[in-house]
Design a protein around this ligand. Structure first.
Ligand code: G3P
Length: 217
């Protein structure tokens, strides 16, 4: 399973990259706003900066909601760097744009996916990635992991090449459950990735080894 970091924070991206386990980055308008990135020029520069830090795919979201706007923006984003994947919302215009991008050889990430039907249309349009939002489904008493599992099973059964990228990941539990149901990718905040390391027996064992180390050196 690939690990993407879900942030536009350059320091966190660099920290995850330095661990050697990072496969890519996802961003969205909310995450860019959180970093204070404002204006078209600054947004474009930020994407180029991210591509300079990591070696994997970097999802850059279109801000337009109409087909023509998405196509114009997506072409500019894709031209920025070969690592850029154009992130497009799962709407009628978005699905149409994903099909056009696919025909142009531009890779896409279909975002804001909350149902199997939406995931089906994303795959049929030729999306490179589909992003079901796990945490936000859980927020409304639905089951985000179950949706990830259903998409994985259907894509495998029919042979769709679209990779299942579980998004809106909020915890270690989400990451492990995605692993168990066969998600291709998870995108998560750095805190959840780091929390995978936490175990009291590791801390306790290390303290014992450190004490012993003092006795032998
Ligand atoms: O990957 C999508 C993500 O940024 C949304 O996360 O926690 O706002 O639902 P969240």
């Amino acid at each position: 399973m690939k690990f993407f970091i879900d942030t536009a924070n350059l320091e966190q991206i660099a920290k995850a990259e330095s661990m050697g386990i990072l496969d890519g980055v996802t961003t969205n308008p909310s995450l860019m706003a959180k970093e204070g990135v404002k204006g078209n020029e600054a947004i474009m520069k930020h994407y180029v900066d991210i591509c300079g830090i990591v070696t994997g795919d970097v999802s850059a979201e279109v801000l337009s909601t109409d087909y023509e706007g998405m196509i114009e923006e997506g072409k500019k984003l894709a031209a920025l760097h070969k690592q850029i994947v154009v992130k497009v919302p799962c709407t009628a215009d978005g699905i149409r744009a994903i099909k056009s991008f696919s025909d142009m050889g531009i890779r896409t990430n279909c975002t804001l996916v909350f149902s199997l039907g939406q995931a089906l249309l994303a795959a049929k349009a030729g999306a490179s990635y589909v992003s079901p939002f796990v945490g936000r489904l859980d927020d409304v008493s639905s089951n985000g992991i179950e949706l990830v599992s259903r998409i994985v099973n259907v894509y495998r059964y029919y042979g769709y090449q679209t990779e299942v990228l579980a998004a809106s990941i909020r915890s270690v539990q989400h990451i492990i459950q995605c692993l168990e149901v066969g998600a291709d990718v998870i995108t998560s905040p750095l805190s959840s990735i780091m929390a995978l390391l936490d175990h009291p027996l590791t801390d306790k064992g290390l303290a014992i080894f450190e004490k012993a180390t003092k006795e032998i050196i």
